[in-house]
Unconditional design. Structure first.
Lengths: 291, 403, 328
């Protein structure tokens, strides 16, 4: 019984990681109606920047943290303004190819600038703090807290602020949005900036657990993607829940059902199966189009 | 005696004198001439295995050094290295380019078992040396069927067997759990370990768990293995996952009587430190190379020479990874082979010299580890010694395995 | 001025191109011929993907899976059952067609990003499936299967060069490609093609017009998978080796890149796509050893800037410009 509990909690801990990445993906989707495949690599790159600030420039953790978030926001905004703006009118798949290009570039840059040996990354939540419990390390509780904060902030932003509303409008119906005076292009840029910032936070929460190297996010992105879609790509809370479900599912499948040799396959089959039953994700809204 | 009779022995003597004065014949195959020797290499510079790319670069840097010091027997090395992204189909394409278009003399230190498997047959068909491949699979030491292919490092299966031999000697009643990477490298180690246990494998191994390179963590696997009640772990993981595993084992409080770690992940600086040095105390592994972050070698002349080389010829290279040590050692071995070949730079002679190596030591190999090959021994390095981590450095103990 | 090219010139141009294609393998070294063979294989694979994604609008990030299954089907048939190499192609097509049709059914419920994820998941699962130890005896596990390259059935010399195994496979692949492209063209220019495009652009209207959507979309999946699977089988023959590492998720991504770069919803586009994904990585490698992938990424982005609708999109635009210039 205890072993089962450990597996579930370990799955939840992983799920927090997937949920954070899923949140960034939802952010970008809400703002642009595109799924950014380069999200993971951008997050890794941001985490490397933080690492360099802490270890090579000697900054303190929280200063480096917030500076990195700010830099990532600006970086995301610039990427949208410079690289993606010309693609706004282009078909979806053309944009996908550009995302793939960005993915390759960020991944290669991380490897070239920061090399491939794994690096330890600090957790801001010390091991012996009051937060630690039997099943969860302090860092995992801490990251869960950070995730909750981001989730609520995002939720409030989209629901209650006018900028958030403008962003959703710009993504859903750019032409009408322009007619009411929303600067659609800048909304897209803002969306990218926010997504990059969330990604940076996710990366800095993930790195202490999995260690920092250029391919850190490769496996996580897929699970984050799965979690986001499972929960509903337009629903931030759904995405986080989706991430948690994926984490627990993966652990339980590997430990009790199918063994580690096929757990990836089975996990994916289950996710796809769930989607066929609920094509908009567990919590997504059904999109009804006029004929 | 008639004059004719006296002349004949004199004439014979004269011919003998002149024949000694004629220089030894220079023989070349494509890729070698009076001025240069062309050497080909394929490593993954892109893709998920791009961490190995530095092996190709450090070899290039070493050849730069050799060329700056005059080359080999007066010939400069022209080094052509290509990327295969760890995709075997691409490896074949690049091998064909090197052999058929660049016309290199030999292929050297290609990385990875699947890439090398893809070109194995081709290289032997074309009769081009596939030397010192950078993988520990046991199939590279088969001179009867594949006379043009040779490995370099101790095979993974041998290492696995060494661990199980030690285990049977010290703890024959142990319950063993195994964590392994689900690919050829992981399965090779597994195979050797199980073979070493023999009939006792079924009763001693109580749990096995694998992971994919794309898995974010191995936490779940560690939990599963712990719950099996095993008190010995054989840890077949690459650096990132090794660090995760060691850290997690400490976190969940799994008390192990013996923890064998494969030699791929023994780096003090890039695996044990991130995992927590105090968590790594008691780890058992084998070594045949000097690990660059091990404090034991800080004042060692050999290590200092390597460091100087890195700083001068490959300043961008990481000083914490053993990849840059293994490439360096590989290159030394090849230079020795080419030196032995002298002016007879045919592919056949290159293989012959590679199969007649007898070096008692090599830079950056542990003392006592030699490089020896013969016509039926295509495993240049076989000696390994067990070592235990004491919290600061790896301390060797016990006998040296291998011939 | 007449804006149509006289038929005579089209025929002459076509014949010249054909002559060049037939002579090409004898003009270059064997290893180049090997590269051309890979281009042909990728072109067929991209053609398959294009039918589904370009013409029918169903995004697939998992066509590498069908390619892999076709390759392994051929490898197993040749290695274990000693089936002659040319007979493995129809078998691979049939096997992958069925598989694709079956996958197509759940895919019916998924649209856009959800379908992309599902197919991406399929591609990701493939290497793990291929390494599964219970079927290791069949698939060779992580070590893969080494195959014997077929020898040409007769000997032949042209311009002083012999008909080597590579050159023979070039002609073989070219013939297979020609057949596939012809079949696809035939399929797509008639009712089926129009129906596919109708389903892509206006699915509800299409249903109202009487097109049986589920069967149709699954058929599209099946045909697309079959063609890409056949390309995979051909690749096993041409390369002579299959292993799980040859069929990672990167392959699926590159096939999609090839389809978009060549031009979606265009048959000749597949050829340009094949050329792109075969040769551009090599060019990137020559430019930078430290980060060839970054250079490749830059190429991708630049390409999408200049030709957002792919090569064929650009060609069509150019053609339209020329015609309007000639007419005006």
């Amino acid at each position: 019984m205890e072993a089962l509990l450990f597996q579930i909690f370990s799955g939840l801990a992983n799920g927090i990681i997937y949920g954070s990445v899923a949140l960034a993906l939802v952010m970008i989707y809400q703002a642009t109606h595109h799924i950014n495949f380069a999200q993971g690599e951008m997050a890794t790159f941001s985490t490397f920047i933080a690492w360099a600030l802490i270890h090579e420039a000697g900054w303190s953790y929280w200063v480096a943290f917030f500076f990195t978030v700010a830099v990532s926001f600006t970086g995301g905004l610039l990427v949208q303004r410079i690289v993606l703006r010309p693609m706004e009118k282009a078909p979806v798949l053309t944009n996908v190819i550009v995302f793939i290009g960005l993915l390759l570039i960020f991944n290669a840059l991380s490897g070239m600038l920061f090399d491939h040996t794994i690096k330890a990354f600090e957790s801001p939540f010390p091991k012996e703090s009051a937060l630690a419990t039997r099943f969860f390390a302090a860092h995992q509780i801490g990251s869960a807290g950070v995730l909750m904060v981001m989730l609520f902030a995002l939720f409030a932003f989209f629901k209650y602020t006018s900028v958030g509303l403008a962003m959703r409008a710009a993504a859903q119906n750019p032409d009408s949005a322009k007619l009411v005076g929303i600067r659609v292009s800048w909304m897209l840029g803002l969306g990218w900036g926010l997504a990059a910032a969330i990604g940076a936070v996710a990366g800095m929460m993930v790195a202490p657990i999995v260690f920092l190297d250029p391919n850190m996010m490769a496996g996580i992105l897929l699970y984050g993607f799965a979690g986001a879609l499972l929960g509903g790509i337009d629903n931030p809370l759904g995405a986080v829940i989706g991430g948690l479900v994926v984490g627990v599912l993966e652990n339980l499948l590997g430990a009790y059902v199918i063994g580690t040799e096929l757990k990836l396959t089975v996990a994916l089959v289950l996710i796809v199966g769930t989607l066929t039953l609920r094509p908009n994700g567990l919590f997504g809204k059904k999109v009804v189009t006029r004929v | 005696m008639s004059l004719k009779r006296k002349l004949i022995p004199l004439a014979g003597l004269a011919v003998l004198c002149f024949s000694q004065a004629v220089p030894a014949q220079k023989k070349y195959d494509p890729g070698a001439d009076d001025k240069e020797i062309k050497i080909g290499n394929i490593v993954p510079y892109s893709g998920p295995a791009s961490a190995y790319g530095t092996i190709g670069k450090v070899i290039g840097a070493y050849f730069d050094k050799v060329n700056a010091e005059g080359g080999i027997n007066g010939r400069k090395i022209k080094y052509i290295t290509l990327d295969d992204g760890y995709n075997p189909a691409k490896t074949l394409e690049q091998a064909r380019k090197l052999v058929e278009e660049e016309e290199v003399l030999l292929l050297f230190t290609t990385v990875g078992t699947p890439p090398n498997s893809a070109i194995h047959k081709y290289m032997n068909q074309k009769k081009v040396p596939q030397l010192f491949v950078a993988t520990g699979a046991s199939k590279w030491g088969d001179p009867k069927n594949f006379p043009w292919t040779m490995g370099w490092q101790p095979p993974y299966t041998t290492e696995g067997r060494n661990y199980s031999t030690h285990l049977l000697d010290t703890m024959p009643q142990a319950k063993v759990a195994i964590l392994y990477q689900n690919d050829d490298y992981g399965k090779d180690y597994l195979k050797g370990f199980m073979e070493g246990l023999g009939d006792k494998a079924a009763s001693m191994v109580v749990a096995q768990a694998s992971y994919e390179v794309t898995d974010p963590t191995v936490d779940s696997q560690i939990l599963t293995l712990k719950s099996s009640g095993a008190n010995v772990l054989f840890n077949i993981t690459t650096p990132k996952f090794a660090a995760q595993a060691i850290k997690k084992i400490a976190e969940v409080g799994w008390k192990l009587d013996a923890h064998y770690l494969n030699s791929v992940s023994t780096s003090v600086g890039s695996v044990l430190k991130p995992a927590g040095l105090e968590n790594a105390v008691g780890l058992i592994s084998v070594q045949y190379m000097k690990e660059p972050t091990d404090p034991a070698w800080v004042n060692d002349a050999d290590y200092k020479a390597w460091l100087a080389f890195m700083q001068k010829h490959y300043p961008a290279g990481e000083l914490t990874t053993s990849f840059n040590v293994t490439g360096y050692a590989h290159a030394h071995t090849l230079v020795q082979v080419l030196k032995q070949a002298g002016d007879n730079l045919t592919r056949e002679n290159v293989m012959k010299q590679a199969a007649s190596l007898n070096m008692p030591t090599l830079p950056m190999l542990l003392p006592g580890v030699n490089v020896k090959t013969s016509a039926d021994d295509f495993y240049p390095i076989e000696r390994q010694q067990l070592s235990k981590f004491d919290g600061k450095t790896w301390v060797r103990f016990g006998k040296i395995y291998g011939r | 001025m007449n804006s149509e090219i006289p038929r005579k010139w089209v025929w002459i141009g076509g014949l010249l191109l054909l002559a060049l294609l037939l002579m090409l393998p004898f003009l270059v070294k064997n290893y180049r011929v090997f590269q051309f063979n890979l281009v042909i294989v990728y072109a067929i694979a991209i053609l398959g993907l294009n039918i589904l994604t370009g013409f029918n609008g169903q995004i697939s990030l998992g066509h590498g899976a069908f390619y892999a299954f076709g390759a392994y089907a051929a490898a197993i048939l040749m290695d274990i059952l000693s089936v002659p190499y040319w007979a493995t192609l129809p078998s691979a097509f049939a096997f992958c067609f069925v598989f694709g049709f079956v996958v197509g059914f759940p895919a019916l419920r998924l649209a856009g990003h959800y379908l992309a994820l599902a197919t991406f998941a399929l591609a990701l699962a493939v290497p793990q499936l291929l390494k599964y130890k219970k079927i290791e005896a069949l698939t060779g596990g992580a070590q893969g299967i080494v195959l014997i390259k077929p020898e040409p059935p007769f000997s032949f010399h042209f311009l002083d060069q012999p008909l080597s195994a590579d050159r023979w496979l070039y002609f073989f692949s070219l013939a297979v490609a020609a057949l596939m492209f012809l079949l696809a063209w035939n399929l797509l220019r008639g009712r089926v093609g129009r129906a596919l495009i109708a389903v892509r652009d206006h699915p509800i209207a299409a249903t109202a017009m009487g097109i049986n959507l589920p069967v149709f979309k699954s058929m599209a999946f099946g045909v697309s998978a079959g063609i890409t699977g056949l390309a995979g089988a051909l690749s096993a023959i041409v390369v002579g080796f299959v292993s799980p590492d040859s069929f990672t998720v990167n392959l699926s991504i590159f096939l999609l890149v090839g389809a978009v770069v060549g031009g979606l919803a265009s048959i000749p586009g597949a050829i340009f796509g094949g050329i792109f994904i075969q040769f551009v990585p090599n060019i990137a490698d020559e430019i930078s050893k430290s980060a060839p992938a970054a250079i490749y990424g830059l190429f991708l982005i630049a390409f999408m800037y200049l030709l957002p609708l792919g090569v064929m999109g650009g060609v069509k635009a150019l053609w339209a410009r020329l015609r309007s210039l000639a007419a005006g």
